[in-house]
Ligand binder design. Structure first.
Ligand code: ATP
Ligand code: MG
Length: 443
C-alpha cells in the first residue's frame, strides 16, 4: 500500500476526549472514528487489525471443532421471556418495537437465540456434543461507555456455545475451550491470565475471565506470585490454571484465600474473554430436550464462551506501546513492514525503492510504503505511531544495495543487503507464501 493513496487520517495532536493511551493512539493513527457515544466506525488501518484478530480467533475455534455461524443482531423479546431474562437484563438492553408493535431487542448476547436454534435441530444424543460460534456485533447500552472501543456500546464479540450430554463432558469441553483461548491470546501476542470468576447474569457455577494486565485495566485481579514466573517465562498452560490461585475481584475473599499473604499479588486487568459453564439453565427453561441412549429425554449441558474482539485491539495497544506510538505484535500488525524513502527526489533511490516494493509484495508481504513528499522526520514519526513492527529505510546507500532495517519494538537498527533483508523477513513472517519465498531467495 502506498501511503500517498491510503486513507489514514492521522492526527498530530493528542485528542482531548481520549483519557487512556490506547484510545489516544487509535484516534491519532486514524484507526477509528466515533459516530456517537460508544459507537464507532473502523477505518482502514483499524479494520485491518480487527480482521487479523478475528481470523486468529476463528482459526482456533475451528481447530477445536466449533462450527462458525452468524446469528441475527436483532432478536425477538419472546425468546428472552422464555428464558426469564427479559426483565432481569435491565437498561443495558436496547429494546426496540417493530412496526407491528412487537417487542424486539438488539442482542447483548446470544444464549437464547442459539438455544432456540438447537431445539429445532438437535433431537438425539447422537448429535452431541456440538459447539457453535460467531463473530458479530453486540449492543449493550453501557451506563458509562468510555476509553474508545475498550468499553463501547456496540462492540465485536466472538461468542461460542456448547451442548453436551453429561456434566463431565461439558466440563471437558469447557477445559478445551480454555486451552484454546490460551493458544488464541498467545498467537495474538498477548498474555492473558485466566482468573476464577462469578458467573453473573449468565448464571451457572463455573466461570473464568481472561485478563490482560495493564495499568488502565478496569478490574482488579488477584493471583499467586508463582504466576509471575509463568508470565515471565512464556506460555500459560491449562495445568498452570488448575494449580495456581487466581481470582477476579468479586471472587476474591481475603478470609478464605488459600494463598499465604506474602505470595498474593494483585494487578489491574482488562477483561478480554470470559467462559461459563451453566449446565441446564437455558436448555431446561427453553425446552431444549434431546432423546438419550436409553430412550429418555434429557436437557443438554451448556456453556458459553466470549472474547471481546474489538476490545482486544485496544487491550493490545495498552500492553504494547511507547512514547512514540503503537508497537503491534507481528501476528496482528496492520502491515508487516514499512518502507520509508529518504531523499525521494533522487531518481536512483526512487527506482531502487519501487523495485524493492514490488519484490516485497510478490513475496506476499503486506507493505506500507511511505512514498509521500514529506520530511524524513515526519515519515519516521508516522511509521512509529502506526506501529508497523519492521521498517526498511532507503537512502543513498540503497543505490549500492544497502538498506537500513529498524525493529519498532527494540529500536534496534541494522544494515542489510537485499538478500539479507528478504531472508530476515522470511524468518519473521514464515507464514507468508513461504515456499515461493524460499524459492525466490535461493535461486
Ligand atoms: P465487562 O465486565 O467488561 O463489562 P462483561 O463481563 O459484561 O464485561 P461478557 O458478557 O463476559 O462481558 O462479554 C464477553 C467479552 O466481551 C468480555 O470479556 C469483554 O472482553 C467483551 N466486552 C463486554 N462488554 C464490552 C463492551 N462494552 N465493549 C467492548 N467489549 C466488551
Ligand atoms: Mg465478563
Amino acid at each position: 500500500m502506498k501511503l500517498s493513496m491510503y486513507f489514514i487520517p492521522t492526527l498530530r495532536e493528542d485528542p482531548a476526549e481520549a483519557q487512556i493511551i490506547s484510545h489516544r493512539l487509535m484516534l491519532r493513527s486514524g484507526m477509528i472514528n466515533q459516530t456517537c457515544n460508544g459507537i464507532y466506525s473502523w477505518l482502514p488501518l483499524g479494520f485491518r487489525v480487527l480482521s487479523k484478530i478475528e481470523r486468529i480467533i476463528a482459526e482456533e475455534q475451528d481447530t477445536i471443532g466449533a462450527h462458525r455461524i452468524l446469528m441475527p443482531t436483532v432478536q425477538p423479546a419472546k425468546l428472552w421471556q422464555e428464558s426469564g431474562r427479559y426483565d432481569d437484563y435491565g437498561k443495558e438492553m436496547l429494546r426496540i418495537k417493530d412496526r407491528h408493535d412487537r417487542e424486539m431487542l438488539y442482542g447483548p448476547t446470544h444464549e437464547e437465540v442459539v438455544t432456540d436454534l438447537a431445539r429445532q435441530f438437535i433431537k438425539s444424543y447422537k448429535q452431541l456434543p456440538v459447539m457453535f460460534y460467531q463473530i458479530h456485533w453486540k449492543f449493550r447500552d453501557e451506563i458509562r461507555p468510555r476509553f474508545g472501543v475498550m468499553r463501547g456500546r456496540e462492540f465485536l464479540m466472538k461468542d461460542g456455545y456448547s451442548f453436551d450430554v453429561t456434566r463431565e463432558a461439558a466440563v471437558e469441553t469447557y477445559k478445551n475451550v480454555m486451552s484454546s483461548y490460551l493458544r488464541t491470546f498467545a498467537r495474538i501476542g498477548l498474555r492473558a491470565i485466566p482468573v476464577r470468576a462469578d458467573a453473573g447474569a449468565i448464571g451457572g457455577d463455573l466461570s473464568h475471565e481472561f485478563h490482560v494486565i495493564a495499568q488502565t485495566g478496569e478490574s482488579e485481579i488477584f493471583y499467586d506470585s508463582d504466576y509471575d514466573k509463568i508470565l515471565l517465562n512464556g506460555e500459560i498452560t491449562f495445568a498452570d490454571i488448575n494449580e495456581l490461585y487466581t481470582a477476579a475481584d468479586e471472587k476474591h475473599d481475603t478470609e478464605t484465600c488459600p494463598v499465604p499473604k506474602e505470595r498474593l499479588r494483585s494487578a489491574r486487568g482488562i477483561e478480554v474473554g470470559h467462559v461459563f459453564y451453566f449446565g441446564k439453565k437455558y436448555s431446561a427453561s427453553m425446552g431444549l430436550f434431546v432423546i438419550g441412549k436409553d430412550g429418555n429425554a434429557f436437557y443438554p449441558e451448556m456453556g458459553s464462551y466470549g472474547i471481546g474482539v474489538s476490545r482486544l485491539v485496544a487491550a493490545t495497544i495498552e500492553a504494547n506501546h511507547d512514547e512514540n506510538g503503537i508497537i503491534w505484535p507481528d501476528a496482528i500488525a496492520p502491515f508487516h513492514v514499512g518502507l520509508i524513502t529518504i531523499k525521494r527526489q533522487n531518481t536512483s533511490i526512487q527506482n531502487v525503492v519501487e523495485s524493492l516494493y514490488g519484490t516485497l509484495l510478490n513475496m506476499g508481504l503486506e507493505v506500507l510504503y511511505d512514498d509521500r513528499d514529506e520530511s524524513a522526520g515526519i515519515k519516521f514519526a508516522d511509521m512509529d505511531l502506526i506501529g508497523v513492527p519492521y521498517q526498511v529505510i532507503c537512502g543513498l546507500k540503497s543505490i549500492d544495495g544497502i538498506f537500513e532495517w529498524k525493529e519498532r519494538k527494540t529500536g534496534k537498527r541494522l544494515y542489510f543487503s537485499q538478500d539479507e533483508l528478504l531472508n530476515k523477513l522470511a524468518d519473521v513472517f514464515p507464514v507468508v507464501k513461504i515456499d515461493s519465498l524460499r524459492g525466490n531467495l535461493y535461486k
